[in-house]
Design a protein around this ligand. Sequence first.
Ligand code: GSH
Length: 316
Amino acid sequence: MGMLVDGVWRIDEEVSAMQNARGEYERVAAKIRGTISEDGPHAPAAGRYHIFGAHNCPWSHRAFIVRNLVDLQDVVSASIANLRRNDQGWWYAEGLDDLEPVDGQLPLHRVYSTSDPSYTGRATLPLLYDRHLREIVSNESADIIRMLDGPMAALGNGGAGLTPAAQREEIDAFGARIYAKVNNGTYRCGFAASQQAYDEAFEALFATLDELDARLADRRYLMGERISELDVRLFPTLVRFDPVYYSHFKCNRRRIADYPHLSGYLRDLYDIPAFRQTVHVALYKRGYYGRSERLNPSGVIPLGPQLDWDAPHGRG
Ligand SMILES: N[C@@H](CCC(=O)N[C@@H](CS)C(=O)NCC(=O)O)C(=O)O
C-alpha cells in the first residue's frame, strides 16, 4: 500500500508499512480536520460537497448512514471506490468535475494532491470534498458525520439529533473507546504481525463486546432509547463481523450472532431503511477476501456464513 510524500505517490514498503516494531497494526490519525460552517470558507450549500467513499470501508459506511438519516442524498453527492485497491491505492471509475480519470481510473491520491500539492500522508477514505474550492474539507469520518448531522442538517430533514449536547462528552469518551477496542480492534487483530499484538487486541475486543452486550440488556440503543452517533459508529463493524472479521481477521471467540443482546440490536438497526440500504455483505466479502499476499494468497472467497438479520429482533 502506498502513501503520498510531498504530493508524490510512493509505493515502497519503507514509507508505507502499517505495523510498528512490536507488530501492532497502527491506523494513522486523520490530518485534514476542516469543517463546514456559516462563517468559514466551507459554507453549507446544496450540491457543493461530495463524499469519496467505498462500500467495503467501515469509516465511509458511517458517513453513508448519516447521509441517509438526514436525507442528504440529493444534497451531498457521493462516489463509490472500486472494491479492490491497486498499487495506486483506492480508485474511482468516474471522475468528478475537473478531476478526470486517466485510463479509466481516478486514484484517490489525486484528490489529495489536487487539494494540497505538497500533501504527505496516507490517502484514506472517506473524504468530504468541497467542489467549489476544489479542496478536501475533512478526511476524518467522525468529524464528517457531525457536519452532516450539524451544519448541513437544515438542507436535509433538519437532522437526526445523533449527538445531543447533554450527552456529547459521554459520546466522545465512549466512542473513542469503542473505536480503539472494537472498530479498529478488529483490524488490530487481523493485521497483527506478532502473537502478542494479536492476543492483546483480541482480549480487548471481546472484553468490550461483552460489555456492550451487557449494556444493551436494558437499553434499546447504546445511549438509551434514542439512536445516537455511537450506534451509527458501531453498526458498520457489527455487519462485517460474522461474514468477514470472525474468520478473515481471526476475531473468533464468538460471533455477533452468539451474543443475546448485540445480535437483536444489530437486527433492530438493520430494520431501519437508512441503515439497511447501506449494507452490502457480498461486496464486503469480495473486498476484504480478495487476493492478498498477506491474508489470502489464493483469493478464494468463502461462501458462508448464513446470516439471519431479518429474524424478529424482539427489542423496543
Ligand atoms: N480516521 C479515518 C480512518 C479512515 C481509514 O483508515 N480508511 C481506510 C479504508 S477503510 C483507508 O482508506 N486506508 C488506506 C490507507 O491506510 O492507506 C476515518 O475514520 O475517517
